[in-house]
Design a protein around this ligand. Structure first.
Ligand SMILES: *Cc1c(COP(=O)(O)O)cnc(C)c1O
Length: 240
């Protein structure tokens, strides 16, 4: 039945150990911060890794997976359609890929321009009219939008566009720590950015921040969704 190769036993063991270690990091950080680990979702970033790894992770209790390239993500989502997984699209979305992404993604973390809001809205209302696509506004923490994300002054414009768009649901904000600045300093803006979005949509409480190297700092500044790849799957060969 499966249209992919299952991960070998030693790979499953490695994934299981790594996943346990990351969950321990999350629990230790939450305990230091007096936060409940139940309020944190671990999105396991499976980009570049095969569907067999994703199936193994699902069997280990992972429910949320993240991908950043449409072609790879759509193939994996199709191969794993029998699994109860939530698919998070975390990479930049070209407007001409919106139709494809809206067909399999449950959440898009990287919404950063009105043209993309319009394209996702059109695509989702025709693909799944009764199941809104959750969208996060990606915010640039260093004011340099080259790596995706809006500057703080543009945040309300994009957030309002999502709220107004049929087929979309504003879920919160997303950020990637900029290079060359301590992550904790950059993430200090997150509570303010989140509050700006919640002022427009009180239900938009998600804060997607924190990766393998900086999840503790992100949790300290209120992250609700961690996007962790290499600490669980290993170092990627392809540069992302
Ligand atoms: C690849 C990626 C991650 C995961 O990064 P790791 O350092 O492997 O944990 C998180 N967020 C985004 C946007 C990514 O592209």
């Amino acid at each position: 039945m499966n249209s992919f190769e299952a991960a070998p036993a030693d790979r499953v063991r490695r994934l299981s150990d790594n996943l346990a270690a990351v969950r321990e990091r999350v629990e230790a950080a939450c305990s230091r911060l007096d936060r409940s680990p139940d309020d944190v979702r671990l999105v396991v970033v499976t980009k570049t890794y095969p569907p067999g790894d994703v199936a193994a992770l699902a069997a280990l209790g992972v429910r949320d997976v993240g991908e950043n390239r449409d072609q790879e993500a759509s193939a994996k989502a199709a191969a794993l359609s029998g699994q109860a997984l939530t698919w998070h699209f975390i990479g930049q979305v070209q407007t001409n890929k919106a139709r494809s992404v809206a067909a399999y993604a449950d959440v898009v973390h990287s919404v950063d321009r009105p043209a993309l809001v319009a394209a996702l809205s059109r695509a989702r209302t025709s693909a799944a009219p009764d199941r809104p696509l959750r969208c996060l506004v990606q915010v640039s923490l260093d004011g340099d939008p080259a790596r995706g994300g809006v500057t703080e002054d543009r945040l309300p414009v994009i957030a309002e566009a999502i709220v107004a768009a049929p087929g979309l649901e504003l879920a919160g904000v997303m950020a990637v720590a900029p290079l060359g600045v301590p992550a904790g300093e950059a993430f200090a803006a997150l509570p303010r950015l989140s509050a700006a979005v919640r002022a427009l949509e009180p239900a938009a409480v998600w804060i997607s921040a924190g990766m393998s190297g900086d999840l503790e700092e992100a949790l300290a500044w209120g992250a609700t969704h961690l996007r962790v790849g290499s600490a669980i799957l290993g170092h990627r060969v392809r540069v992302q």
